[in-house]
Structure formats: structure tokens, C-alpha cells
Design a protein around this ligand. Structure first.
Ligand code: CA
Length: 434
């Protein structure tokens, strides 16, 4: 039988009481097409009852002072989501194509707004509505194994896309459904928290809504039940599957935004539900990462124990290698600097001579003034365990070795700590060669 057979205008008018008119909110299985094919019947009393219920819903769904009334539109294709759930205003410009106009508050106009017109269809003059054949490049039709089925709030819409008026809060869904009108399930995914903690499982529930049109009167019967065996893909390639109760445990590890949806062969996949994974202090999902504590502690240097305080080296046995260690510092070590000054004892002239080590010239040079202030700082790198090899052993004299460490936060060692304990913090050592 040709599919065009359902577009029986006479049956439509008899069933819906003609259009346009107040009957447009009546529950007309709409697979209107399917119904008409199966005999075309509508329970008028039921339709009035439902129309009254819808008025009540309308009254409830319009909170005072709320933002502009809106609804969502979603398009699921065979292989993937073609249009993620998109919010559009309830009203807008009418959509006119080929001289056929659909009101600005029709489902077709909502689809047109959501897809920026990326749809195509065949106008059925007798039915006064579009048969959608293409949305965002994906083609389905009654003459193919699947057609573009139109759901409103998970159940087949009562009317065609042009005739169906929308209202605030509606969830429109277009998805391929078998052209033999066998029932198709629409999956819903619930229980996904807006924000999840890493490695903290949460339970989601997948519900499958099906609508059947059963004899003798072909009244629509919609049933929602837990969907067993629905798969939810997680980041990283793993999948969880719902049990008989429609529930699954989801554990997310990586931080940041995650999109979840449920799918099952033969059913219309659920809308994508967004969550965001954060421990609340990692800077993700709008959380604020606490500033690291500011390092205000000066680093601690430690001149090696071989250069013991007040140690006297014999002539010809003076040290050549200077070494030490810096205690671990939270902000790291930026620079280790040494200063080595020498006072040579008076020989014959009776005059003291003060020199300091010059690392560029690699020799001793006369100091402008005696004392450590006459010396010269030079860097030996940024290693916690530092050392410096002098050109030769130190000759006779009185030596002062200072180490000054700069940490990553710019704190500088307060020099002058001396200790006879080689393991104690000390950044100054005085020793002799005689
Ligand atoms: Ca420090």
C-alpha cells in the first residue's frame, strides 16, 4: 500500500473536526497517518478531556514574570544526534515555503528556528501539512524504511508539524521511526548531577517511553518504563549499561565538562545531559583553585662539614673544593651565591692585606676594604647540593666563606649564621690556613 494513503483528508477532518479550529489540541495519534490507515477514529470525549487538561497545564506552566516562553527542539539521526537539544522561543515568524504557511508558534516554525531552515519536506495539500523528508542533510520518508517521526514530550505528536502548536516547556523531538509504524521507544536519561566529583559514583536512570495505538479504537497508550540494557558512553571509551531497573552507576574520573546520553538499539537515544567533574577546588567547572601559600621563608644554606667553623688547615693542605647543601624549599631554589674573602697576615711590612676571590678572573684580587663587605658575590648555580672547585688549594690566611641562597619566591638567606655543628644551618664559616 502506498504510504500516501494515510494522508486521507476526509478521515482527518472527520477525526479532528476540521482545521483550523479548537480541536487542534485534541489527542490525535499522529501517527495520525498510522491511525487513519488503521481505520481513522478519534474519541471526541477523550479529546475534550485532554484539551481541558492542556488548558490546566498551560495555566500552570506560565509563572509570572518568567523569561520569554521557550521550548526545546532536538533532532536525532540514525547514527548520531543531528541537533542537540536547542532552546527556541515559542513564537516567531511564520514559515512560508512554496506558498504554504505554518504559523510562528507551530512545531515546524520551531524546527525552522532551531535548524536555521535546514529541513525539507513534501507538502500534502489534502492533509494541509508537511511530510518532513530531510533534516540537516539526513533523509527519511514514508517510502523508505524509516520516516521522520515527530514527538512532543516523548510521545508521538497529535498533529503534523505545521498543525501542531507548541507551548512553553515543550520538548520537540524528530527522529527516524520505522515506516511500518511499529512502536519506537524514546529514551530519557535522568539523575545526572549538574556537577560530579571525580571518582564518586552516581546513579542514573534511563526510562523508555513507548506509545502504541491498539485496537479496537486505536487510542494512544503511552507507557514509560525502566529501560534495561541502555548504554551510556563515558569519556575514555568505557560504557555502562543499565540493569533491569533502568539504573546504572556512573563514575567519572577526568575533570571538566562531560556530556552523557543513553542509547539502545531500536530506540531513540536520549537527549545529551551535561555535567561537569570537579573536586570543587581544581579550577574546573567554575570552582576556584585556592592560591598556593606564599613562601615568605628565607632558604636555609648549609656549608659542608669539612669546612668546620674555626678549623685550621695546615699550609699546603688548605681546601680547594667549596661545597654545601640547601634545605628543600617550597618555592624552589633560584640561585646559590658564594663570597669568599681572605685576610693575609702581616709578614714583614706589618700591614694587613685583604683580598677576595674573583670567579671571572679565577684568582684573588685586592679588596677595597677589609672585611666581608669588600668581597664579591658569585653564582654557583641553582642546585640544592652545590659545590665550587677553586683553581688551587687555599694558601695561608684567614677566610670567611658566605653562602647566600635566593629561593623561587625571591627570599634571600639572612647571612651570618655560624655553627660549629656541621649539620646545622649555617651560611657563614670562618677558617684558617697556617
Ligand atoms: Ca623559601
Amino acid at each position: 500500500m502506498p504510504r500516501g494513503g494515510h494522508w486521507d483528508a476526509t478521515a482527518f477532518r472527520e477525526g479532528a473536526g476540521g482545521r483550523p479550529g479548537s480541536q487542534e489540541t485534541c489527542l490525535r495519534p499522529a501517527n495520525a497517518y498510522a491511525l487513519v490507515e488503521r481505520g481513522g477514529f478519534m474519541a471526541r470525549s477523550l479529546s475534550r478531556l485532554l484539551a481541558g487538561g492542556l488548558l490546566l497545564l498551560l495555566a500552570l506552566a506560565a509563572p509570572a514574570g518568567a523569561q520569554a516562553p521557550s521550548l526545546t527542539v532536538r533532532v536525532e539521526g540514525d547514527a548520531d544526534t543531528l541537533l542537540a537539544q536547542t532552546t527556541v522561543p515559542v513564537t516567531g515568524d511564520p514559515v512560508v515555503r512554496g506558498g504554504n504557511a505554518c504559523d510562528g508558534d507551530s512545531a515546524l516554525a520551531a524546527l525552522d528556528r532551531a535548524t536555521a531552515g535546514a529541513w525539507a519536506g513534501t507538502w500534502n495539500a489534502g492533509f494541509g501539512d508537511w511530510e518532513l523528508t530531510e533534516i540537516r542533510g539526513e533523509v527519511h520518508s514514508f517510502s523508505a524504511p524509516s520516516y521522520w517521526s515527530f514527538f512532543r514530550n516523548e510521545r508521538p505528536a497529535d498533529l503534523g508539524v505545521c498543525g501542531q502548536k507548541v507551548q512553553s516547556g515543550d520538548r520537540l523531538l524528530l527522529a527516524p521511526a520505522p515506516s511500518d509504524f511499529s512502536a519506537v521507544g524514546v529514551l530519557s536519561l535522568e539523575g545526572v548531577p549538574g556537577r560530579a566529583r571525580p571518582n564518586m559514583p552516581f546513579t542514573v536512570t534511563v526510562t523508555r517511553t513507548t506509545t502504541t495505538f491498539d485496537p479496537p479504537d486505536y487510542t494512544a497508550t503511552t507507557v514509560s518504563a525502566p529501560a534495561a540494557g541502555a548504554a551510556i558512553s563515558l569519556p575514555g571509551g568505557t560504557t555502562v549499561t543499565t540493569g533491569a531497573d533502568g539504573k546504572a552507576q556512573v563514575t567519572l574520573t577526568a575533570g571538566g565538562p562531560v556530556a552523557l546520553r543513553a542509547s539502545r538499539t531500536g530506540d531513540v537515544r536520549s537527549a545529551t545531559v551535561a555535567t561537569c567533574v570537579s573536586d570543587g577546588a581544581d579550577g574546573l567547572c567554575g570552582s576556584v583553585r585556592p592560591a598556593p601559600p606564599v613562601d615568605r621563608e628565607a632558604p636555609v644554606g648549609r656549608i659542608s662539614a669539612s669546612l668546620a667553623e674555626k678549623r685550621v688547615f695546615r699550609r699546603g693542605r688548605g681546601p680547594r673544593r667549596l661545597a654545601g647543601a640547601v634545605a628543600a624549599d617550597p618555592s624552589g631554589i633560584r640561585d646559590v651565591r658564594l663570597r669568599l674573602t681572605r685576610r693575609v697576615p702581616p709578614v714583614k711590612s706589618g700591614k694587613r692585606r685583604c683580598t677576595h676571590y674573583h670567579e671571572v678572573r679565577e684568582r684573588w684580587v685586592r679588596s677595597g676594604t677589609c672585611g666581608v663587605e669588600g668581597g664579591r658575590w658569585f653564582s654557583v648555580g641553582d642546585r640544592a647540593s652545590w659545590s665550587y672547585l677553586l683553581p688551587g688549594r687555599l694558601g695561608p690566611g684567614r677566610y670567611v666563606l658566605d653562602v647566600r641562597v635566593v629561593d623561587g619566591a625571591g627570599n634571600v638567606t639572612a647571612i651570618g649564621r655560624r655553627s660549629s655543628d656541621g649539620g646545622a644551618p649555617r651560611d657563614r664559616v670562618i677558617f684558617y690556613v697556617r
